[in-house]
Design a protein around this ligand. Structure first.
Ligand code: NAI
Ligand code: MG
Length: 500
């Protein structure tokens, strides 16, 4: 990290980077059984700046065993809901107290702008954990008056309980490392589960700092275990492990299907948050400047590495030129730079693989006849930068319109009427999100039920709230995170019938 001026990296972050990186298994900070490690690269330069253990199946076994012990015995299963609430609030306080350090680590590890990491990622993590903490004391069952034909002479009483599902295996991606960790850890710990978290190999660092803070908050050993490692080894071992009751996955649809199949073989509960190809629909009454700014935020936030990225932009033909002009102007003006620089608006993509993948999509679009209104290639001298890109002259059958690009690339296309745009918006295997830009309430309300997506935004995009369930239709996943709905993913329902 000698590359960056001293003032960009705080002493706390330097101290974290200087400590040897170990995985948290039970109460122990440990290396991989195999002794193998993996290098962590700075996406702004391609240089390695940290090393973490490359955990494998043997490490997953140890972590699952530690989580099992913590689930079955010791203080955790006896803890009162209010004590679980207090612990999670303490954990959130510690994250808030270390927000700048966590944001800097996230920016160095993922490449994202540090201001975003601080005011979006870490801020959302703190709020989310506090929101989830409140649920610990509000997990309820119901009572029922039951009617059973052959027991007319007996008094019967029925009730349901919700119980923690057990040991949870969580596999998370690199685009929002800390936030995705929180989305799994929050519901698991508030409901009394224990867990093994496997962060993405590209971005393992904040999960390790997160684990340190969990211990500092006072979580008993084994409640949260973190195993760093590759997907096809550590990830696959966790997804197929017979010792877990639930697997929670966020990542690509391709790997999500593998994880889902592995889980079903053991009948492990599974929730999947997968990819998207979300439409942004601009109606003919929308203000072009506002729509352009909204469309820019929808696709360029987090370098477009967002499952809900607004990557297909449908603009009413009467507004098309103006919105594309506004959007291209914003794209061209965005400042590329390393995430750790507070003036950066667009950081590098997470890895060389992702950069090549995104550049490959741009090339395929151009080869199929699209034109780049702005951008259209790599940026920066070193590192994995891609210029914010707006493609026009596109049609619905192009690969860039069909497949998830996961980069700062939007395809803008004109449309003529609402039925047409609803049909085209749904003409995708995905169904994660959509946004509609209009102040015409009637038409907006008519469009909302037609869109097959788990979230529909109106005059905004990429806005998440802890109370709102989040998840996908179609190949964007199974299950919901956040809100009350997520508790169903981390608890089992038990029906009790008593004959008095
Ligand atoms: P990925 O789906 O391979 O990685 C996500 C997580 O799954 C990581 O922790 C990885 O280690 C783990 N994993 C990989 N293979 C596994 C396996 N066989 N069993 C169990 N776990 C496994 O995503 P990747 O390769 O990093 O990105 C590829 C594409 O996926 C991106 O270009 C993007 O289109 C999409 N993606 C979508 C995300 C989303 O939030 N919806 C997040 C990350 C990627
Ligand atoms: Mg992969």
């Amino acid at each position: 990290m000698t590359l960056y001026p001293d003032q960009l990296i705080s002493p706390a972050t330097r101290a974290f980077l200087a400590r040897p990186k170990r995985m948290l298994i039970g109460a122990e900070w440990s290396a991989a059984v195999s002794g193998e490690t993996l290098a962590v690269l700075d996406p702004a330069t391609g240089q390695a700046f940290a090393t973490v253990p490359a955990g494998g199946a043997a490490d997953i076994d140890r972590a699952v065993a530690a989580a099992r012990r913590a689930f079955e015995s010791g203080e955790w299963p006896k803890m009162r809901p209010v004590d679980r609430e207090r612990l999670l609030l303490k954990f959130a306080d510690l994250i808030e107290a270390n927000a700048q350090e966590l944001a800097e680590i996230e920016a160095l590890d993922n490449g994202k702008p540090v201001m975003m990491a601080r005011h979006v990622d870490v801020a959302l993590v703190v709020d989310f954990l506090r929101y989830m903490a409140g649920w610990a004391t509000k997990i309820e069952g119901s009572t029922m008056d039951v009617s059973v034909p052959l027991m007319r002479d007996r008094e019967l009483f029925g009730f349901t309980r919700r119980e923690p599902v057990g040991v949870v295996g969580a596999i998370i991606p690199w685009n929002f490392p800390l936030l995705m960790a929180a989305w799994k850890v929050g519901p698991a710990l508030t409901s009394g589960c224990t867990m093994v978290l496997k962060p993405a190999e590209e971005t393992p660092l904040t999960a390790l700092r997160f684990a340190e803070l969990a211990l500092e908050a006072g979580y008993p050993a084994g409640v949260l275990n973190v195993v760093t490692g590759h997907g096809d080894t550590a990830g696959a071992a966790l997804a197929s492990h017979k010792g877990i009751e639930k697997v929670a996955f966020t990542g690509s649809t391709e790997i999500g299907k593998l994880v889902g199949k592995a889980a079903i073989d053991n009948m492990t509960r599974v929730s999947l948050e997968l990819g998207g190809k979300s439409p942004v629909i601009v109606l003919d009454d929308a203000d072009p400047a506002m729509a352009a700014a909204g469309a820019a935020q929808a696709i360029f936030f987090n370098q477009g590495q967002v499952c809900t990225a607004g990557s297909r932009l449908f603009i009413h033909k009467s507004r098309f030129e103006k919105v594309v002009e506004g959007l291209s102007g914003i794209a061209a003006s965005m400042k590329l730079g390393p995430g750790i620089d507070p003036s950066t608006q667009i950081g590098p993509l997470v890895s060389a693989v992702q950069q090549q993948r995104v550049l490959g999509y741009i090339e395929s679009g151009l080869a199929e006849g699209a034109r780049a209104a702005t951008g259209g290639g790599a940026g920066g001298e070193a590192g994995y930068f891609v210029k914010p890109t707006v493609l026009v002259n596109a049609h619905d059958a192009m690969k860039v319109v069909r497949e998830e690009i996961f980069g700062p690339v939007v395809v803008a296309m004109p449309y003529e009427d609402l039925d047409e745009v609803a049909h085209r918006a749904n003409d995708t295997p995905y169904g994660l999100a959509a946004s509609i830009w209009s102040n015409d309430l009637t038409r907006v309300h008519r469009l909302i039920p037609k869109i097959k997506a788990g979230t529909v935004w109106v005059n905004c995009h990429n806005i998440l709230d802890n109370a709102m369930p989040f998840g996908g239709y179609k190949q964007s996943g199974i299950g919901r995170e956040m809100g009350r709905a997520v508790l169903d993913m981390y608890t089992e329902s038990k029906s009790v019938i008593m004959a008095l």
